[in-house]
Write a protein that binds this ligand. Structure first.
Ligand code: ACO
Length: 448
């Protein structure tokens, strides 16, 4: 199979959100802390009628319908998620309801979990399958679904929720350059979920930022080395049109791209102009550790990176800023933002993605974009995803109502024997929602 990659995509996020500006006031944070300090505009969240299973049911049925794909044509279904609803039964098995109905139970794949990286693991599994001897000619389907919620405190404004589905096959408009991949994996406690009775993570925020940036450096170095070995040319930021990052909050994305510029400076790569060279020169003697701690380097590198950031990263930031961290879906929501903003200009371009999951696992990988054939074309993907309408039709909750919802969800997490309000008045037609969890913890969903 040639040009294996993403043929089609759809995104779903809850229609309920809270403005970061309102949260700042409510939390007594200084003005601009969440909007400028974290760089976030709005936070999407599930109410009691939605969860990671309902969101994935919604996005999978929507993708199949809108691209007119027969459920019998799916041969592999992989889910990435870090939102644990059941320690044994995978989210994938819930999604089988859609396929069983059509007589298709011959579908490989289960769930992949490691913080925000599970979606990338799922995606690689599907791409590798299509590229392998075990491929039976049918499509792969990847689902990234998460509800990111934090306990009260500084991490809470970095929550979010969404599900993304991606159809995988050959001759894709979004094709993998599978040779160019750099990974970095190691054992750290930066963000983890050891308390199985709670949906909330234990998080060392500062450590997680440093781990993210160290993993980014390491992946970029490996990526560049593999590129150079394979092509005989040095890689620089000029060799890709766009860079897409896992986006816990926008400020970290700004810091990440600045870090790549600093990498290119240290590698003496061709993307660095004289002015940048001069401004970064004072930092060339810093050790690796010092460079992560230096506020001056952070400031100066973000400043010199700004024009390139605006050109190569800004178009990827829309959905993550509007919805928040979607964990496994975050990177792909950033990529969806790029497709939305630039679909008509992407053919022939290379896009680099950086996936990070705490704990930690990270990979930088490369995509080559082509216009594609209907219905699997870049422009049709943007049309189907319909991001502006989905963003505009959301309902803003007050911070009080958001917190009330968080309390109810805490109460419901791991609970049995309850029915939900079944109030789906805010949901768009076609959305799945949770109606009941019975005395055996069995979950029931309906479609609006
Ligand atoms: N106006 C403008 N900026 C402000 C203001 C203000 N009024 N007040 C604060 N800031 C800035 C700070 O200077 C800082 O920016 P900087 O890093 O560029 O200096 C930023 O706002 C954040 O403020 P801090 O006080 O540094 O951090 P805080 O204690 O509020 O926590 C954190 C932020 C650590 C990101 C927290 O939200 C968190 O733990 N989030 C979850 C962890 C996370 O997402 N990690 C990322 C990788 S792992 C993953 O994806 C889950």
């Amino acid at each position: 199979a040639k040009n294996v990659g993403v043929l089609a995509m759809d995104i779903y996020f809850p229609p309920t959100c809270v403005q970061q500006e309102a949260l700042e006031v409510h939390d007594g944070a200084s003005k601009g802390k969440y909007t400028i300090g974290l760089g976030q505009d709005c936070l999407g969240f599930c109410t009691e009628v939605e969860d990671v299973i309902s969101m994935s049911l919604t996005v999978v049925s929507s993708l199949l319908e809108k691209y007119n794909v027969d459920p019998k044509q799916i041969g592999r279904l992989e889910v990435g998620s870090e939102t644990v609803i059941d320690k044994s039964k995978s989210i994938k098995t819930f999604l089988m309801q859609i396929f069983e109905k059509c007589g298709n139970t011959d579908i490989e794949g289960v769930d992949s979990t490691n913080a925000c990286y599970g979606g990338t693991a799922a995606l690689f599994n599907c791409v590798n399958w299509v590229e392998s001897n075990s491929w039976d000619g049918r499509y792969g389907l990847v689902v990234c679904t998460d509800s990111a919620v934090y306990a009260e405190g500084p991490a809470r404004p970095t929550g979010g929720a969404a599900a993304i589905a991606m159809l995988i096959g050959p001759d894709a408009p979004i094709a993998f350059e599978s040779k160019f991949r750099g990974s970095h994996m190691s054992h750290v406690y930066d963000f983890y979920k050891p308390n199985l009775a709670s949906e909330y993570p234990v998080v060392d925020g500062k450590l997680s930022q440093t781990c993210y940036l160290m993993a980014l450096d390491s992946c970029y170095k490996t990526f560049c080395a593999k590129y150079e070995k394979s092509t005989g040319k040095q890689f620089s930021l000029s060799d890709a049109a766009y860079f897409v990052f896992h986006s816990p909050y926008n400020k970290l994305v700004q810091k990440s791209f600045a870090r790549l510029v600093f990498n290119d400076f240290e590698r003496k790569a061709s993307s660095i102009d004289e002015d940048t060279k001069e401004k970064l020169a004072p930092f060339s003697t810093l050790s690796g550790d010092e460079s992560y701690q230096s506020r001056d380097l952070e400031k100066v590198s973000q400043q010199v990176a700004k024009p390139l950031f605006d050109a190569k990263v800004q178009p990827t930031t829309l959905i993550p800023k509007q919805v928040g961290n979607m964990y496994t879906a975050s990177l792909y929501a950033a990529f969806a933002s790029l497709l939305h903003n630039k679909n008509s200009e992407l053919a022939g371009k290379r896009v680099i993605l950086f996936s990070y999951g705490s704990g930690l696992t990270a990979t930088m990988f490369s995509l080559q974009l082509r216009e594609g054939q209907q219905p699997f074309s870049l422009s049709n993907i943007a049309t189907v995803m319909n991001v502006p309408t989905k963003l505009k039709s959301r309902h803003e909750f007050s911070p009080e109502k958001f917190i009330e919802t968080m309390h109810l969800m805490e109460h419901r997490y791991g609970a049995k024997d309850f029915v939900t309000s079944k109030d789906c008045s805010l949901l768009a037609p076609g959305t799945y929602y949770l109606t009941e969890v019975d005395h055996m913890y069995r979950r029931f969903y309906a479609k609006k």
